[in-house]
Design a protein around this ligand. Structure first.
Ligand SMILES: NC(=O)c1ccc[n+]([C@@H]2O[C@H](COP(=O)([O-])OP(=O)(O)OC[C@H]3O[C@@H](n4cnc5c(N)ncnc54)[C@H](OP(=O)(O)O)[C@@H]3O)[C@@H](O)[C@H]2O)c1
Length: 147
C-alpha cells in the first residue's frame, strides 16, 4: 500500500484527508484479517457523525461519511468473518481536546467501553451521553441547538 497522504495542520480539508487515511487503514486491516481467517476492525468515529456545532463543519463532514463507510464494510467483510464496529463518542481526554475546558471521558475508561462492546459483538458503540442524544436527535428535524 502506498504511504498515507500528508495531513496538513489546520487546513479545512484535513478531515477529508483523515477520512481517506481511515478508509485505507480499514482496507489494509481487513486484508490482514482475511489472511488470518477473520478478525475485528474498530473505527473510532464521533458524535459529530450526527450533528455539527459552529466551527466543526469540516470535522463533522469527515465523520458522517465514515459512519456510512463503516456500516458498508461491515456487510462486505461478513463473509470473511471480520467484524466491523463503529464507535461514537463526544469528548475523550486526549491531546486533541487538551485545549478544551469541557467534560471528557478518561481515555482508559473509553478503551474499556470499546473493548467490552467489541467482545459483546456490538456493531456500533455509542459511548457517552452526548453521542446518545445526537443519535436520538436524528429522528427529528435538524435543530439549531447542540443535542
Ligand atoms: N478526543 C476526542 O474527544 C475524540 C472524540 C471523538 C472522536 N475522536 C476521534 O478519535 C480519533 C483519535 O483522536 P485523538 O483524540 O486520539 O487525537 P490525538 O490525541 O490528536 O491523536 C491523534 C493520533 O493520530 C495520529 N495521526 C494523525 N494523523 C496521522 C496520519 N496521517 N498517519 C498516522 N497517524 C496519524 C497522531 O500521531 P502523531 O502524534 O505521531 O502525529 C496521533 O497519535 C480521531 O479520529 C478523532 O477524530 C476523538
Amino acid at each position: 500500500m502506498p504511504a498515507d497522504p500528508p495531513v496538513g495542520a489546520g487546513h479545512p480539508g484535513d478531515g477529508v484527508f483523515r477520512s481517506s487515511v481511515r478508509r485505507r487503514r480499514s482496507t489494509a486491516s481487513s486484508i490482514c484479517c482475511a489472511r488470518n481467517g477473520g478478525g475485528a476492525v474498530v473505527n473510532i468515529l464521533s458524535a459529530a457523525s450526527w450533528f455539527t456545532y459552529p466551527g466543526s463543519s469540516s470535522y463533522a463532514v469527515s465523520k458522517a461519511p465514515q459512519w456510512k463507510f463503516t456500516n458498508g464494510i461491515r456487510l462486505e467483510l461478513r463473509a470473511q468473518e471480520t467484524t466491523v464496529t463503529g464507535v461514537h463518542v463526544g469528548m475523550v481526554d486526549t491531546d486533541m481536546t487538551a485545549a478544551l475546558d469541557v467534560e471528557k471521558i478518561d481515555p482508559a475508561e473509553f478503551v474499556r467501553i470499546v473493548l467490552d462492546g467489541v467482545k459483546r459483538g456490538q456493531s456500533e458503540i455509542v459511548a457517552d451521553d452526548l453521542s446518545r442524544r445526537a443519535k436520538a436527535a436524528l429522528a427529528h428535524e435538524p435543530s439549531l441547538l447542540v443535542p
